[in-house]
Design a protein around this ligand. Structure first.
Ligand SMILES: Nc1ncnc2c1ncn2[C@@H]1O[C@H](COP(=O)(O)OP(=O)(O)OP(=O)(O)O)[C@@H](O)[C@H]1O
Ligand SMILES: [Mg+2]
Length: 228
C-alpha cells in the first residue's frame, strides 16, 4: 500500500484524578494516498482522541505516527506545528469559526498567521469560498450564516493551506440530512479535485456509505468493516 499516514502501536491514556483512563492500546492504522475513509464507533470509544493524535493536536502516550514516512512525534515542537499547519486540514462538528470575523477573514486567517501578504491571502480565500459556492457570503459573519454555510466556510478554511490530509470530526453531525449530504458531496468533490487523503469520523452509517472504506473503532482497535 502506498500509505500517506501510518499509526503504529498507538496508545493513549488520559490522566485522571485517580489513575488514568486507557482509551486505546496498540492501535494500528494505515491510510493510503488518496484514501477516503470513514471511522465509526460508539460514543466515547476514542474517535476524536484518535483524530487529535493523527492531526498532531495531541500526543500519544506510546506509539508512532508517520506522515509521508516521517515520524512526526520525533520532531521538535516548531517542526510539528509546521507539519500540522501546512499538511493537515481540520473540519469539526461545530465549525469553530471566529465569530467576530467575516467568512473571508475566517478563511484567510491561517494564511495571515503564516505572514502571507493581505491581498494575496484575500485572493486565495475568495477562490476557496468560490470552491464551496459561498463567494457572495464573503462579507458575512458566522452568525449571519446557516449551519451548512458555516460548515462550508470551515471547509474552505481547512483547505486554505493546501493540505494533503483532511481530518473531519462529525462534519455533518449538527446538520439535517439534506444539508449533510450536500456537505459530504462537497467534501468528496474537493477531496478528488485537491488530491487529498481524508478521514471522516461519523456516527451515521449513511454518512459512512459515502466513503471508500469504513472502519469501526471497538475495544481500542480499528477494524475494517467494508471496502468498496
Ligand atoms: N482530555 C481528556 N481528559 C480525560 N478523558 C478524556 C479527555 N478527552 C476524552 N476523554 C475520554 O476519553 C474517551 C474517548 O473520548 P473521545 O472524545 O475520543 O470519544 P469519541 O469516540 O470521539 O466519542 P463521541 O462519539 O461522543 O464524540 C472518553 O471516555 C472520554 O471521556
Ligand atoms: Mg468525538
Amino acid at each position: 500500500m502506498n500509505s500517506i499516514l501510518r499509526a503504529e502501536n498507538l496508545c493513549k491514556n488520559y490522566p485522571l484524578p485517580k489513575g488514568s483512563l486507557r482509551v486505546f492500546e496498540n492501535l494500528n492504522f494505515e491510510l493510503e494516498k488518496g484514501g477516503f475513509v470513514a471511522v465509526m464507533g460508539s460514543s466515547g470509544v476514542g474517535k476524536t482522541t484518535l483524530l487529535n493524535l493523527l492531526g498532531i493536536l495531541d500526543r500519544p502516550t506510546h506509539g508512532k505516527i508517520f506522515l509521508e514516512g516521517e515520524d512526526v512525534f520525533s520532531k521538535a515542537e516548531k517542526e510539528k506545528a509546521l507539519i500540522r499547519n501546512t499538511k493537515i486540514g481540520f473540519i469539526f462538528q461545530f465549525y469553530h469559526l471566529l465569530p467576530e470575523f467575516t467568512a473571508l477573514e475566517n478563511v484567510s486567517f491561517p494564511l495571515l498567521i503564516k505572514g502571507i501578504e493581505k491581498a494575496e491571502a484575500k485572493k486565495k480565500a475568495l477562490q476557496l469560498l468560490k470552491d464551496v459556492y459561498l463567494e457572495e457570503k464573503a462579507p458575512m459573519r458566522p452568525a449571519q450564516l446557516s449551519g451548512g454555510e458555516q460548515q462550508r466556510v470551515a471547509i474552505a478554511r481547512a483547505l486554505i493551506n493546501d493540505p494533503m490530509l483532511l481530518l473531519a470530526d462529525e462534519p455533518t453531525g449538527n446538520l439535517d440530512w439534506r444539508t449533510g449530504k450536500m456537505i459530504l458531496n462537497l467534501i468528496r468533490d474537493l477531496h478528488q479535485k485537491k488530491d487529498l487523503s481524508s478521514i471522516i469520523v461519523t456516527h451515521n452509517e449513511k454518512v459512512a456509505q459515502f466513503c471508500q472504506k469504513i472502519y469501526i473503532m471497538e475495544n481500542g482497535q480499528l477494524k475494517l468493516l467494508s471496502s468498496q
